[in-house]
Design a protein around this ligand. Sequence first.
Ligand code: COA
Length: 281
Amino acid sequence: MAEASVVKVEKNGGISWVFLNRPEKRNAMNPQLHIEMDGTLEELETDPETKVVIIAGSGGNFCAGQDLKEFFRGLEDKPAESKRIQTLANRWRWDRLYMYDKPTIAMVEGYCAGGAFMQLVAVDFVVTADDALYSLSEVNWGIIPGALVAKAVTEAVLYRHALYYACLGDAFDGKEAVRIGLANIAVPKDQLRDETIRLANKLMQKSPEVLKATKQAMRSVRTMDVPQAYDYLHAKNIAIRAGDPERSYQQGLKQFVDDKTYRPFFEPFKLSDAASKDDNT
Ligand code: COA
């Protein structure tokens, strides 16, 4: 009999909800979960129905990190399998998500531990319940924040706080996650889903091409020097004008300068107008 799926996908109104689905194990990530997450994210990246991906956990918890029994102990004497799963685990938690073509959000409630900080930092935005509990627990059970966890955390979190929580392993809540730069928004748990959907809907009002280029540019320039950044951003702007099916640049200018139908300071241009071909811009 085929193994029960440990990843659940629900599609609704342009949002694809991806649930880590091992609630009885607090959604700890076992090898099977890594295999399924990698395949799921690959598929959704080019799925026409999917405009935004939200990663969440089933049963009231985000993710208890790597599965200590199946991922660590279970792979100890299987070097080939261990290498294969580690590669997949890193690919979906970092490589895929970091430069994902579509906007991504993590919706965090309950526990979020250790290895789950990789996907937490790699997604674009984090909406958290203010009573969610986070822990870089590695130091408490005898390892360092491995794979890319230490690097991911220092990328997102103010350095002193990163060092503090990695070395102490103390649990902290959703409000503290916002304060130190790990999450964007903390809300009471009963508002978590609505707040996450609100953010997803705002993202869906933007031009997908411009949004993709913006998030990728923001990430890419972090490791560039100034001359490289000037050059890259110039080239990127030309690239999106040339390859944008929405013709966002022309539409944005037209709707503000000629039609006076919106103000970019407060809102995006209207995507529905962008699809019309009745102008010569
Ligand atoms: N790996 C393997 N199993 C895990 C797990 C993990 N990371 N996290 C939870 N589980 C399992 C428990 O072993 C238990 O299994 P069982 O029912 O077969 O005994 C089940 O999930 C429920 O866990 P439990 O500890 O009873 O639930 P809780 O709600 O009291 O506590 C946690 C939840 C997350 C606080 C606690 O399980 C924990 O500390 N987990 C380890 C978290 C961690 O350090 N992860 C970092 C890995 S990189």
